[in-house]
Design a binder for this molecule. Sequence first.
Ligand SMILES: Cc1cc2nc3c(=O)[nH]c(=O)nc-3n(C[C@H](O)[C@H](O)[C@H](O)COP(=O)(O)OP(=O)(O)OC[C@H]3O[C@@H](n4cnc5c(N)ncnc54)[C@H](O)[C@@H]3O)c2cc1C
Length: 461
Amino acid sequence: MNSSGGRRLNTRMASDGPLRAFAGSFPGEVVLPGDDGYDAARFVWNRMVDRRPAAVVRPTATDGVIAALRFARDHDLLVAVRGGGHSLPGLSTCDDGVVIDLSRMHGAEVDAGRRIARVAGGSLLGELDDAAQAAGLVCPVGVVSHTGVAGLTLGGGMGKLQRRFGLTIDNLRAVEVVTADGEVVRASDDENPDLFWGVRGAGANFGIVTVFAFALHPFDGTVTHGVVTHPVERLDDVVALFREAVESGPGESMPTLAVARANGRPVVSISAFHSGSPEQAERDLADLRAYGPPLLDTIDVKPYREAQHLADGEMEWGHRFYMKSAFLRELPADAVTRCAELVAQGPPGVECVLSVWAWGGAIASVPEDGTAFTGREASYWASAEAQWDDRDLDPACREWVWDTAAELMPYALTGRYVNDVAEAGTDLRSVYGEAKFDRLVALKREWDPDNVFRLNQNIRP
Ligand SMILES: Cc1cc2nc3c(=O)[nH]c(=O)nc-3n(C[C@H](O)[C@H](O)[C@H](O)COP(=O)(O)OP(=O)(O)OC[C@H]3O[C@@H](n4cnc5c(N)ncnc54)[C@H](O)[C@@H]3O)c2cc1C
């Protein structure tokens, strides 16, 4: 095994016998170039990514994960690890290497008495939501049900319940990890606590997580949720309403602001999500709903699980996507106005959105240095996002995202959400800050000195 960071890949292996022999004896599925299903297996969520792995290996249990990892290492093949396949820069696939795709290791088991969910490493968010809600419980996760639990959790995990129950990592109690050496270790506050610290924010760097154990909260699953939309001419008032809702609202309330185009014209919306009783929600959302009249008000009482599926369609697989985000200490109306002007001028036919989420609440109750995740002291998270289909528009869409995000940067704090970093090779000091970055490098040297797990926002050993 060549241990240098810049080792050459054994690309000839792709068409050679050893892979076929491995496939023949592997206890799971192996998809090779030329096989039926190879194209479906090699694509990830973001269609900007178009790579051709030597094999996509789908283990059904931890033994298979270890066997696939050992095979790749023995044959000097690059390793990509795939949970839900939603990495924005496509870090869960590769050219010429082995994709260890955990999609056949999925499902969540809930121990209702202990309020713990044991979730397999290839599960999707919807599986955790369904299993927890069946027991009247919940774990806070992201807003699109087909996102992978693994990648989302290992980076942090933002979602509609974050101000009430924290980030997904704040509810993580333990992980089982296959290390670069093919050993199985457990990490929690009591076992390998340093690794557990790093897993919560930079987790894709240290091994393949086969099991996540989450603490769950009692939750009846009734929420008040929907959108109020106004013409962009009311932007200043709507931003003020949003700020007020963020600053004075309880943890149950999770407003988000969006500026987007509808029928070619920019509109500004506040999406309200309230997980308290409908009566409390009505009181807390009264000011928001009284302003206007809005162009649209879809706020209604509904099951949490229904709300968790509402964005699935607009964020379906197969489109091109790019974004840049920041944690903000404040949200000046001037900056939002300039972003709205850029939304209006965005490339025609492209979905150009400025999105701002409420931060704080339970997120801020965890000490900033308690996990590798950096950005808890922010008041807002904001991002410029573009989604489109025509590859010729790639440069214009990237440029629009960078120009729009640049308007927010004067208000940005140290730290970025690693799961939003849409390209590889970013200086991760800007994501984790200097002190945490140094601690992560030390951890990487301990757990993955050969940088076997490098297809991630990579902490180089
Ligand atoms: C449509 C969409 C909606 C999103 N919504 C949210 C949201 O609401 N909240 C939020 O916080 N984020 C959200 N994200 C960002 C999301 O958290 C990241 O894209 C995340 O990396 C996706 O995880 P995944 O398992 O699907 O991705 P993958 O592409 O499978 O993996 C992402 C990274 O994690 C590594 N990895 C995957 N599985 C494992 C494992 N078992 N062990 C070790 N490493 C592993 C991969 O190698 C890769 O580096 C969203 C992304 C998309 C595309």
